[in-house]
Design a protein around this ligand. Structure first.
Ligand code: TXA
Ligand code: MG
Length: 361
């Protein structure tokens, strides 16, 4: 066990002396090979110096993460890209102009400066320039290259609050910077630019349509994301693991909204009678219709941003309330809805029930 310092920091005051002192201290920890968790606009990251083998090894150990699952290298300016990649394709320049700093990660051919420990043995490297000002200042103070996976224990939902990081990593890392709630709440979109056609390996806030519009060309989507139970391995090694898994068994119920509510009411009552502690993930419109041990609304049904923002915190809350069985309404797959359903399906181990079928029984 090491002592983990927990330090509040305010994004809006990042230029001020007090916050600068914190950033300098955190940056020094990183350049000396230590680990610091920090906020980004997507989720909290667990940072280590991306160019030091030892730091990456420490990240894997702290998270309990398999070492074949590569890390994302975070940079704070476009000039920093040269050193870590072999070449910068023109698509990368276009996407950086449109979406950096922001929730987009690009896969490019790595240069020798990036150790294989950081890329999980791959010849490619994932790069992102985050938008959060605390993150940008920290990357700069650390020397420009911060490897950062989501700051959760492997297998738990990504942290959207510093308290989540503390729950998972207290005593395992040097410092946690508490910059409040991560505004998006889902991890960045990952796009692979190492093949002829750009391909989305992980959906996120930046949608396929947005990428296609910026590039003025078609963008592919990794097939394994579209087929549930696909036998082929996903191109992003991390997508093969059953991430984001709550302790309770999660089932998604899909169908017409009225039938979904009816089916979940029915299933919840059945489980309750069988002695289970039941949790329900629903929307503001349907919340009042349910009875269960724990009912959590993700927000208004049509507000994808609110759903993304609340989802992981709700999954964690169900764990602390010792819910054994969870039902979730399925959400629309429009826009960011695709990323939301991708994470929810993974959390549920692709367990989906059709509302109509349940009601017919
Ligand atoms: O929003 C985010 O991206 C957050 C914040 C902290 O920036 N980070 C994050 O990192 O989600 P992580 O490690 O939890 O997820 C990184 C994903 C994994 O699925 C990993 O397999 C994939 O990116 N990845 C990393 N490098 C790759 C590469 N060279 N080729 C293919 N996939 C890669
Ligand atoms: Mg992760």
């Amino acid at each position: 066990m090491i002592k983990t310092e927990f330090i509040p920091i305010h994004e809006e005051n990042i230029g001020e002396k007090s916050e600068r002192a914190i950033i300098e201290k955190a940056g020094k920890i990183l350049s000396e090979g230590g680990l610091v968790a920090f906020p980004t606009e997507t989720v909290y990251g667990l940072g280590g110096d991306a160019l030091q083998k030892k730091s990456s090894e420490k990240i894997y150990a702290a998270k309990g993460r398999p070492s074949d699952n590569p890390l994302i290298v975070h940079i704070c300016c476009m000039e920093a890209l040269d050193k870590i990649v072999k070449e910068i394709p023109k698509e990368a320049v276009t996407l950086a102009k449109s979406f950096w700093p922001g929730p987009l990660t690009m896969i490019l051919q790595k240069s020798d400066a990036v150790p294989y420990e950081t890329t999980g043995g791959l010849d490619t490297v994932a790069v992102r320039m985050p938008e959060n000002k605390i993150a940008l200042a920290l990357i700069k103070a650390a020397g420009g290259y911060v490897a950062a996976p989501s700051a959760n224990t492997s297998g738990k939902p990504s942290p959207t609050l510093a308290e989540h990081v503390k729950e998972d990593l207290d005593g395992r890392i040097d410092m946690i910077l508490d910059g409040g709630s991560a505004c998006i709440g889902l991890e960045s979109t990952i796009v692979d630019l190492t093949e002829k056609v750009p391909m989305i390996l992980r959906p996120g806030y930046i949608t396929r349509e947005m990428l296609e519009q910026a590039l003025d060309m078609e963008v592919a989507v990794d097939r394994t994301l579209l087929e549930s139970g696909s036998k082929q391995a996903p191109k992003a090694p991390g997508m093969k693991y059953r991430h984001y898994a709550p302790k309770g068994e999660l089932t998604i119920v899909s169908g017409k909204p009225e039938t979904v509510t009816e089916a979940i009411r029915h299933l919840a009552q059945e489980k309750k009678q069988a002695g289970e502690r039941v949790g329900i993930i629903c929307t503001d419109e349907t919340k009042a219709l349910y009875q269960a041990d724990c009912i959590a609304s993700v927000g208004a049904r049509t507000d994808e941003e609110a759903i993304a923002h609340h989802l992981y915190a709700i999954l964690r809350e169900f764990d602390t309330k010792q819910v054994t069985c969870i039902y979730s309404e399925a959400f629309s797959e429009k826009g960011m809805g695709q990323a939301i359903m991708n994470r929810l399906l993974k959390a549920a181990g692709h367990h989906v029930l059709e509302a109509e079928t349940i009601l017919k029984k």
